[in-house]
Design a binder for this molecule. Structure first.
Ligand code: SAM
Length: 268
């Protein structure tokens, strides 16, 4: 069974807060079907979390310069995961488009973790790949987002968003990782973040503050940090910390309102 104590025995960089956010978001994907993909596996620390969430008919793709299969198998054993469909891809991520059947993989991946070379060139082309394979409701996670150690990892991910505004939007920045989603799925992800994510993380014994310090005219993204007393679990702009609820998605119209709309459409 998956637990932080078990993951923490596997060598690697994947931290407790990311473990909690991943579990909360992957739990939320319980009814979403799609494959899981990771670039930059090392000894399988974060991959073991993904392996634990793999459904029987889904595939886990793992790419690293030289995939350490015995270490990864050990990591899976630690959490009791035995993925029936595992594809390991040794070599640089830049070679992936030439090695994968991109036609059959078109928009089939529900979770993609980019944690490989951390250069601007690599992250840009990895996002190009993500655009081909990630599903409309899937998530892309970029490691070391806003890390001062890898400036190009952030500047080039942002450049990618800027040049391709209809591919991905930044959804959240949390504990050294950037979370991206498809623009059309942003409202539903944001609804989950604003109404359920805090409690979901708390259930894994992790108290956080979710900041939505501006509105969508600036950026859609939220920032998530360790719990800040002065802010509480969820906070709006510095000037009006209670504003958050006003920028949540509007409610779906009632059944009666939808009937009225349908009647109006019919009469046109
Ligand atoms: C930070 S580690 C990954 C950490 C891992 N996700 C964990 O849970 O601890 C980065 C990995 O990326 C791999 N890597 C570096 N450049 C790469 C590239 N161009 N393509 C694929 N993998 C790469 C390295 O071999 C290394 O194993």
């Amino acid at each position: 069974m998956l637990s932080w104590e078990k993951i923490d025995t596997v060598p690697g960089w994947f931290g407790f807060h990311s473990y909690v956010i991943w579990r909360s978001l992957l739990d939320h994907q319980a009814r979403t079907r799609g494959d899981l993909f990771e670039i930059g596996v090392w000894k399988g620390r974060s991959a073991a979390v993904l392996a634990s969430y793999l459904k029987p008919d889904e595939t886990l793709y793992l790419c690293d310069l030289d995939v350490d299969e015995p270490a990864i198998r050990r990591a899976f054993e630690v959490v009791g995961a035995a993925p029936a469909r595992l594809v390991t891809l040794s070599g640089p991520s830049s070679k992936l488009p030439g090695r994968l059947d991109l036609r059959s993989m078109h928009q089939t991946v529900r979770w993609m973790h980019i944690d490989g070379e951390h250069t601007g060139t690599a992250v840009y082309s990895e996002l190009e790949l993500a655009n081909q394979i990630v599903s409309p409701d899937g998530l892309v996670v970029v490691d070391d987002f806003f890390s001062p150690r890898y400036p190009a990892n952030t500047t080039e991910a942002v450049r990618y968003l800027d040049k391709n505004p209809f591919h991905f939007r930044l959804l959240a920045v949390a504990f050294n990782k950037g979370y991206f989603c498809r623009p059309e799925a942003l409202p539903q992800h944001m609804e989950f973040i604003s109404s359920k994510l805090s409690d979901a993380m708390l259930a894994y014994e992790c108290k956080t503050t979710i900041f939505k310090t501006t509105g969508s005219w600036d950026t859609d993204a939220v920032g998530i940090t360790g719990f800040t007393d002065a802010a509480g679990t969820i906070a709006g702009p510095d000037t009006n910390p209670h504003y958050w609820t006003l920028i949540r998605k509007k409610r779906v119209p009632s059944f009666l309102a939808r009937l009225r709309n349908a009647w109006r459409e019919l009469k046109r």
